[in-house]
Design a protein around this ligand. Structure first.
Ligand SMILES: Cc1cc2nc3c(=O)[nH]c(=O)nc-3n(C[C@H](O)[C@H](O)[C@H](O)COP(=O)(O)O)c2cc1C
Length: 236
């Protein structure tokens, strides 16, 4: 890493209901405050077999639209995506992959990215971290991201997950209700349900994780310590 420049971090993620995006934004605030240069690359899901259903929110047919992704998820399919320029060009000191869980695994768009030539170029020889957003099932997804990223030459450094409120049944009812109605409701099918999506403490957790990443970058490169953005001798 060139010691005269600030550490560069890239967040690359897919997001449908903007939960992964919220996590990225919370982490980015901390990292910028710690003197890092942060870029964001939201992958677009463009594959004509599946993209149309995710082009609107709420889903038109929540059960069919969700279950329609099951075969692709089970076979670990990849599909057409658009990768933003931020992830096509440039050198980063650390890459953080944001992966929503779809049927236990990384979603088709995240898997497609991790298997792309662009991911190979980006990750080869570089440290990478990952976070999972999910209703409940995070570990298979996180392990898969770690494995795919490592296969592309990346060095996995850390991971975190964010899951939603409620037990097995109620959290699922909440999610189905939200996908169908586009907002949190008190009840679904007559059953009282908790709010879905990130729990309020996600900001604190995301910030702590962002700080850990910044600590790591400082430790890696003592001559290029990220200075606090508003500190007296910042590198900004
Ligand atoms: C097709 C599909 C399948 C899903 N399957 C699971 C699942 O198996 N386990 C789980 O915990 N959450 C599952 N979810 C919920 C997502 O993990 C959650 O909506 C997502 O993390 C939200 O992230 P985003 O707003 O950034 O897209 C699924 C969501 C979709 C759209």
């Amino acid at each position: 890493m060139d010691s005269t420049r600030r550490p560069r971090i890239l967040f690359v993620y897919y997001t449908y209901t903007r939960q992964a995006l919220k996590v990225v934004e919370a982490m980015a605030v901390v990292l910028r405050d710690r003197g890092c240069e942060v870029r964001q690359a939201g992958i677009e899901f463009t594959d004509k077999r599946w993209a149309e259903r995710f082009s609107r929110f709420p889903l038109r047919h929540p059960y069919l639209d969700l279950l329609g992704m099951l075969p692709a998820q089970l076979r670990g399919a990849t599909g057409e995506i658009r990768i933003p320029d931020e992830a096509r060009e440039g050198e980063y000191d650390l890459i953080c992959v944001g992966s929503p869980t779809w049927f236990f695994k990384p979603s088709v768009p995240v898997r497609s990215f991790l298997k792309s030539d662009e991911a190979g170029r980006l990750l080869d020889g570089k440290p990478f971290a990952a976070f999972v957003v999910c209703r409940r099932y995070w570990s298979i997804n996180l392990k898969a991201v770690k494995k795919l990223g490592t296969k592309r030459g990346g060095e996995y450094v850390n991971g975190i997950h964010f899951s939603y409120a409620g037990g097995q049944v109620r959290s699922l009812l909440s999610l189905l209700s939200y996908f169908g109605k586009g907002e949190n409701r008190e009840r679904y099918l007559g059953i009282k349900i908790p709010p879905t999506n990130l729990k309020p403490d996600y900001v604190e957790q995301a910030r702590a994780f962002g700080n850990e990443l910044a600590d790591r970058l400082e430790a890696d490169e003592p001559t290029a310590r990220p200075a606090r953005a508003n500190g007296p001798i910042g590198l900004n």
